[in-house]
Design a protein around this ligand. Structure first.
Ligand SMILES: [Zn+2]
Length: 195
């Protein structure tokens, strides 16, 4: 069964609820694992193995979804470095086995948490039911049924213009300016350069 591993902060309650609703609606299995919940286990080993799990293991993880929110940067704990390190570790585990790394962020946010390797970047408004619908269709198309005809195309294949970034990823929204999820600097797409 196809599934995604979800990297997030448990403090971002509304974001988690928004995505959980989408996953339930379309029947996509999502693993929200918390290192703190894996009592009695070697959490780093369990999480890394889960992210790397391939089709032969019968519980394939197709992609890593990173839900950026204020809880990621400022978790309600005296030790935010734990949250930061775990998210970085999860991103690294996915990248090292060439799995897609999707980053989701609200339009109104610019969470200063750069992710060094991103394949897909999506902005959304948590209160917009159209965005909920859009994400549902996107996940069905890209994650659950990738061989079917594609109705949604990325707005742009981005190559970050900054010399010391150069990240390339799909940008799925039709906005012309946003912050690069890899280096967090502002990008403005020249409409004549769009594909
Ligand atoms: Zn960049």
């Amino acid at each position: 069964m196809v599934s995604v591993f979800v990297s997030h902060s448990k403090d971002d309650v509304a974001i988690r609820k928004f995505f959980s609703e989408i996953f339930t609606n379309i029947g996509l299995k999502a693993k929200f694992m918390e290192w703190a919940d894996l009592t009695g286990k070697y959490a780093g080993n369990v999480i890394s193995k889960t992210i790397r799990a391939g089709i032969l293991s019968g519980h394939d993880t197709s992609a890593l979804f990173i839900l950026l929110g204020k809880g990621v940067i400022n978790p309600q704990t005296r030790t935010p470095q734990f949250t930061h390190n775990w998210i970085s570790f999860e991103a690294g585990s996915a990248a090292s086995c060439l799995k897609p790394v999707w980053v989701f962020e609200e339009f109104s946010d610019n969470i200063e948490f750069p992710i060094p390797f991103v394949t897909d970047y999506v902005n959304y408004n948590i209160d917009d039911v159209e965005h909920l619908r859009f994400l549902s269709q996107l996940f069905e198309q890209e994650i659950q049924y990738p061989t079917r005809v594609k109705n949604i195309k990325p707005h742009s294949k981005i190559k970050c213009p900054y010399d010391n970034c150069n990240a390339t990823y799909n940008y799925w929204n039709d906005h012309n300016s946003f912050n690069c999820p890899v280096c967090r600097r502002g990008i403005t797409i020249n409409s004549s350069e769009q594909k």
